[in-house]
Design a protein around this ligand. Structure first.
Ligand code: SF4
Ligand code: SF4
Length: 99
């Protein structure tokens, strides 16, 4: 979480409680314009989706993670299994598993 900018959640407009009890009108009115919706969407962590931030490559103490046009490559012959890449990946794309 320390790598993300903390931005407060935006809440869409809602009908006041007194009005809700006297009508069947939709309570949640949604965001007020595209700017609110875009701002809220920008808070998405994109969990599980690599956005090519290169943190895993930069933090691997062995320097065996490589990025090229086909994506990221681990050289398992030299990986010592420290798990730093998994810890540093802010989107949980990298994880440790027994082979
Ligand atoms: S487990 Fe450690 S050595 Fe292996 S790729 Fe990740 S950071 Fe590098
Ligand atoms: S696997 Fe994770 S740390 Fe590596 S580039 Fe993708 S998002 Fe960043």
């Amino acid at each position: 979480m320390h790598v993300f900018e903390h931005v407060p959640q935006r809440h869409g407009a809602e009908l006041p409680a007194a009005t809700r009890t006297r009508s069947f009108v939709e309570v949640r009115r949604g965001y007020d314009g595209a700017q609110d919706a875009t701002s809220e969407a920008a808070r998405c962590f994109s969990c599980g989706v690599c956005n090519s931030c290169d943190r895993c490559v930069e933090h691997c103490p062995e320097g065996i993670l490589r990025r090229d046009a086909d994506g990221y490559h681990f050289d398992y012959d030299y990986c010592k299994g420290c798990g730093v890449c998994a810890t540093e990946c802010p989107r949980s794309v990298v994880f440790m598993a027994e082979l």
